[in-house]
Design a protein around this ligand. Structure first.
Ligand SMILES: Cc1cc2nc3c(=O)[nH]c(=O)nc-3n(C[C@H](O)[C@H](O)[C@H](O)COP(=O)(O)OP(=O)(O)OC[C@H]3O[C@@H](n4cnc5c(N)ncnc54)[C@H](O)[C@@H]3O)c2cc1C
Length: 436
């Protein structure tokens, strides 16, 4: 079988963002010219590709990563930086479909994504401004009751380290009058995602892996006993191939690309705030998100900028000035930041799935994929990197839980899937407005 991959970007420099402006990247970039062979080739140098690559390189595999732009150029280098335990979709849906054993295994993975990030940071001394503490916030009494129930359930299941916060105790964490309750998840946290991606790339190279940047995969051919990947000026032959392309995946003619929908979100970064103002808005320096279907998500950077993310557009970016909608939301949440200068505004793209569960799977016997983390990708990309590496080594027990979950195409075909998804999203937004 063969698949073409159409070009997916026109500019391979990092988008202007707080992250790109606060890293020093002295590594020398390499582009593939010629023909190479390897055990495992990975397309995409985001967290999925890099973590899979590291876990395999630690086990002695020869690894080549092909990145069409730059390391962390995709969602991994421009997200909100919130490393939140768990995954989207419910363990109950896994139990209903695959039984108690699989649900128990999935439950045991609840904290693993963040633990894997901590493992990489500690073992390889990756410095990425990591801090503990993540807040989930309720805008209505009904949402607050839901969060309180969630905390009770998690405490009963001994999951994570959560505490419910009523409006008074919330004041110790957030300087906003908008919320009426929430919880703190002390085992989740926040970090500088591009520093983490570049740090992971350095680790992979120390372990003998090779990364080619500005080297887009243009076609994949499954041949007897191997997979061939064509790039503009060369090719790779490998025994196993991993697709770590997430929102950018486009395997022409294969249904896997239609099982995910790209989604755009945007972030603004203020100028560094004076210490007192930074303490006033985020007293505990945790990261935060509200629990609406399309949430606000925000945190302070290491140099005390407010990084405020909001808005979601399905399929293609909305026609409005980048950052304008997040800025309006930031002023609503924190009127005290009305006069804070804005230094950066940027957009990024990630993938969602129809049932909100992340997807792992195989195409034929040699091609693997992991994607569709639905906004939980900082943690899940590392968890899935681990599961992909286990499957490639031959242990598919944990991989199969997700690979066996139904992976449906978005309804509506090429032309109607975006409008139909937007109708669905409007339904959930309407529920948010009604306070559900
Ligand atoms: C604005 C924004 C805010 C977010 N905030 C959060 C958050 O706070 N917390 C959270 O958990 N998640 C968040 N996410 C989601 C999270 O960033 C992603 O789920 C995660 O980074 C996905 O990692 P990945 O490696 O799978 O994909 P990506 O990081 O998107 O990497 C895919 C890579 O594949 C490359 N690629 C694609 N096609 C090819 C090809 N043909 N050849 C070569 N290379 C190719 C791309 O260039 C890209 O670098 C956010 C996303 C965005 C956009």
């Amino acid at each position: 079988m063969s698949w073409e991959i159409p070009p997916y970007h026109s500019d391979s420099s990092y988008p202007e963002s707080y992250y790109a402006n606060s890293v020093s990247n002295s590594r020398k970039s390499k582009t593939l010219k010629g023909s190479l062979e390897t055990d495992v080739c990975i397309i995409g140098a985001g967290f999925t590709g890099l973590s899979t690559a590291i876990f395999l390189a630690e086990r002695g595999f020869r690894i080549i990563v092909l990145e069409g732009a730059k390391i962390g150029w995709g969602a991994s280098g421009r997200n909100g930086g919130q490393a939140i335990n768990g995954f989207s979709g419910s363990i109950d849906s896994i139990r209903n479909l695959l039984g108690n054993g699989s649900a128990q295994l999935a439950h045991e993975m609840f904290e693993e994504g963040v633990r894997l990030i901590e493992y990489l940071m500690e073992k390889y001394a990756i410095e990425c401004d990591y801090k503990h503490g993540n807040l989930a916030l309720a805008l209505t009494a009904r949402q607050a009751r839901r969060l309180e129930r969630e905390v009770n359930e998690r405490q009963q299941k001994n999951q994570g380290d959560f505490a419910y916060l009523d409006q008074d105790s919330l004041a110790g964490h957030i300087g906003s009058q908008l919320y009426c309750g929430g919880y703190i998840d002390r085992k989740s946290g926040h970090l500088h995602p591009l520093k983490l991606a570049l740090g992971e790339a350095g680790v992979l190279e120390q372990l003998g892996g090779v990364i080619f940047e500005n080297t887009p995969a243009l076609a994949i051919n499954e041949l007897p006993g191997k997979v061939e990947i064509k790039v503009p000026e060369g090719r790779i032959c490998c025994s196993k191939l991993v697709l770590g392309c997430n929102g950018y995946l486009n395997l022409k003619g294969h249904r896997v690309s239609r099982q995910i929908l790209p989604v755009f979100s945007e972030i603004v970064a203020t100028e560094p705030l004076p210490d007192e103002l930074a303490r006033e808005v985020m007293p505990s320096d945790s990261s935060a998100f509200d629990v609406r279907f399309l949430p606000d998500y925000y945190r302070l950077s290491a140099d005390k900028r407010m990084l405020f993310g909001s808005s979601t557009d399905y399929g293609r970016p909305g026609k409005y000035q980048t950052g304008s909608r997040s800025l309006a939301r930031m002023h609503k949440v924190f009127p005290v930041l009305e006069n804070a200068g804005i230094d950066f505004a940027w957009r990024g793209k990630f993938a969602v799935t129809l049932n909100r569960l992340p997807q792992l799977g195989t195409i034929g016997s040699r091609i693997y994929y992991g994607h569709g983390y639905c906004g939980h990708g900082v943690n899940c990309s590392h968890l899935f990197g681990k599961l992909l590496s286990e499957a490639i080594e031959g242990n598919t027990e944990r991989f199969d839980i997700f690979a066996k979950m139904p992976q449906r195409k978005f309804p509506g075909g090429r032309h109607l899937r975006i409008p139909l998804t937007m109708v669905g999203a409007h339904f959930y937004q309407a529920r948010d407005w009604l306070g559900f």
